[in-house]
Design a protein around this ligand. Structure first.
Ligand code: PMV
Length: 336
């Protein structure tokens, strides 16, 4: 049996705008998806998951069919979860040059599904890596990131940036602008996550921003402004010592930009009452700034606070199901 894990991520800056070629800075966090793969003698695929916030499911299907006979959970969730695994295994088969390769796959994840922490990207990255390695081959992180992006794009009808998958494969903080992807240095940021227990529909939210942008010039300007503030955030990070402790001034400045970024995402219609409430709870505690992370609509916020105040305030805040401190994951995909 071969197990790989890959981290989730938060967006410090730039989600949604990244879809239109603006830069984004996601940052990998120590919450991981673990995928175990075992080659089969036939061409079939069996997927088992007792996590992913599904109640547990087992799916078996042939490489050339898409019937899911053993499914006992809502079909839209299964379609989403198995869609990603299906596309990931298609990429693994392609990398192996064996279109008939079959696998038994087990998925465990401590990343909330669809909550803006890059759960699907982490599963896809770990699944491709585990499937390829289970056949005695290896795959370089850059190729893995590209294949994982192709898999996500296939499931999301082309509406995906390279940000989530690249960050999950490489770890650390990264910068993504169109096809230009690279790691950047970042200090040890005091990230606090608040999770409302829900999830947004990435496809619908991306389509909503696209429609707004096409209808109103000021929505297009808002997207560009997100790009500008992301560049400003990158400059601040570049001046800091990688892996070092950030000073108060840097945390204030980054926090201001995160607040600004959240306001602009709200203007684009992708926030939610629960996300706004958690953002305000964090700001009224001791966070230097807070914003939604990922597609929005529900899910997670990320705040900066070196003290315990924000995590505690969020834990008692109505509408926040879970709050936790997230460490920067310096390692991306790895063999377990
Ligand atoms: O919610 P997540 O983690 O899937 O992030 C979506 C980020 C978007 O910028 C809205 C879409 C994308 O593919 O970059």
């Amino acid at each position: 049996m071969t197990t790989s894990s890959a981290p989730g991520k938060v967006y410090l800056f730039g989600e949604h705008a990244v879809v239109y070629g603006e830069p984004a800075v996601p940052c990998a966090i120590e919450r991981r998806a673990r995928v175990t793969a075992e080659p089969r003698d036939d061409h079939r695929v069996r997927v088992e998951s007792d996590d992913l916030t599904l109640d547990g499911f087992t799916v078996e299907w042939g490489a050339d069919t898409d019937d899911h006979p053993n499914v006992d959970v809502p079909s839209n969730l299964v379609a989403a979860a198995t869609g990603y695994v299906d596309e990931a295994l298609a990429q693994a088969r392609d990398a192996l040059g064996d279109p008939e390769a079959g696998f038994d796959v087990t998925i465990e994840s401590d990343i909330p599904l669809g909550g803006g922490l890059g759960s699907s990207a982490a599963v896809v990255v770990a699944a491709i890596d585990a499937a390829v390695r289970s056949r005695g081959e290896s795959i370089e992180p850059e190729e893995l990131a590209d294949r994982a992006y192709q898999a996500e794009a296939a499931v999301q009808d082309g509406e995906a940036s390279r940000a989530d998958t690249y960050c999950s494969a490489m770890g650390g903080a990264v910068r993504v602008e169109g096809d230009d992807t690279r790691p950047i240095g970042a200090p040890e940021l005091p990230l606090v996550i608040g999770y409302d227990g829900g999830a947004g529909d990435t496809g619908k939210l991306v389509a909503g921003v696209r429609a707004l942008k096409e209808e109103y010039e000021f929505a297009a300007d808002t997207v560009e402004t997100i790009g500008d503030l992301t560049r400003e955030g990158e400059r601040l990070l570049a001046d800091a010592e990688p892996g070092g402790e950030p000073g108060d001034e840097l945390l204030e400045e980054l926090g201001d930009l995160m607040d600004f970024n959240h306001g602009l995402l709200s203007a684009l219609g992708v926030s939610a009452r629960s996300l706004d409430r958690m953002v305000w709870t964090a700001r009224e505690a001791e966070a230097t700034g807070a914003k939604l992370t990922g597609a929005g609509g529900g899910g997670c916020i990320v705040a900066l606070d070196p003290s315990e105040a924000t995590e505690r305030a969020l834990a008692y805040s109505p509408g926040c199901e879970e709050s936790f401190r997230a460490e920067l994951a310096t390692e991306g995909v790895r063999a377990e």
